[in-house]
Write a protein of this length. Structure first.
Length: 259
């Protein structure tokens, strides 16, 4: 993670309509201070606007209250205000500053993008290692089962939207981490239609998160599946192999049982 020393605050910050509305609120000073502290914390985290203690531990309201030295109710009021105004959003359980790029220094952007790509690669490698685990057959099978659903129906209505546009239209605002993840999968040879299909599949299973989509795509890479045709063929083969074999019933007479 790069050592980010500063973030940008525009001189027109207080001309923004959202900030003006906040300034009309009774707790305006506390809310604005918390906003600045969130921006600074996002800069320290340096994860394309995400806020977390580490990638497995997102900040809770209580943790932010302790870090910012503000009452818990005030922090919750501020966070709810920022969410309503679209200044922050929640992605896979993590708080994220919306349009983070405008708060980041231009000189550090390329360095941050490179670090994001490396972070994506490490995350995906970790997911592959978890799926290759040999702890118990059940654990590994559960990872596979999670994305092995009936695709004969789901893949009949695949749209031809670009992955980024499809995500924006169906999941919400796309951030740098997810955008770089999509680009990385394309660089690995996965077709764009396959990525869009993975997102449709996640939505069809009421799992509209990037983590679920990522699980599908990691499984595909593991099996060298990079096109819709390959995915459909693999699913049909899996279903054929999973069909129970019926053994013909053989009637045994009482005499035979005692021989």
């Amino acid at each position: 993670m790069a050592d980010v020393k500063w973030i940008k605050l525009t001189v027109s910050m207080f001309d923004d309509e959202k900030i003006k509305i906040i300034e009309s609120m009774p707790d305006k000073d506390a809310i604005l201070i918390i906003w600045i502290k969130l921006l600074v914390l996002a800069g320290k985290t340096n994860a394309s606007g995400y806020l977390y203690l580490n990638q497995n531990i997102p900040y809770t309201d209580e943790m932010l209250s302790s870090l910012f030295g503000r009452p818990l109710n005030t922090v919750r009021l501020a966070l709810e205000t920022f969410k309503q105004f679209g200044m922050i959003h929640v992605e896979d359980g993590h708080l994220c500053i919306t349009n983070w790029e405008k708060h980041q220094n231009i000189e550090g952007m390329e360095k941050i993008r490179e670090q994001t790509r490396q972070r994506v690669a490490k995350y995906r490698e970790k997911q592959k290692q978890l799926q290759d685990c040999n702890v118990t057959e059940t654990v590994c099978n559960e990872t596979e089962i999670e994305v092995e659903v009936d695709i004969e129906k789901e893949f009949t209505t695949i749209t031809k939207e670009r992955p980024e546009k499809f995500y924006q239209n169906n999941f919400g605002l796309i951030n740098g981490f997810i955008s770089d993840s999509i680009k990385s999968y394309i660089e690995d040879g996965i077709e764009e239609d396959m990525i869009t299909a993975a997102m449709e599949l996640a939505l069809a299973n009421n799992a509209g998160t990037w983590n679920y989509v990522n699980t599908i795509l990691v499984n595909c890479l593991k099996k060298n599946i990079k096109t819709l045709e390959q995915f459909e063929a693999n699913e049909k083969l899996r279903k054929e192999q999973s069909k129970p074999k019926i053994t013909p019933f053989k009637k045994v007479s009482n005499m035979d049982e005692w021989r």
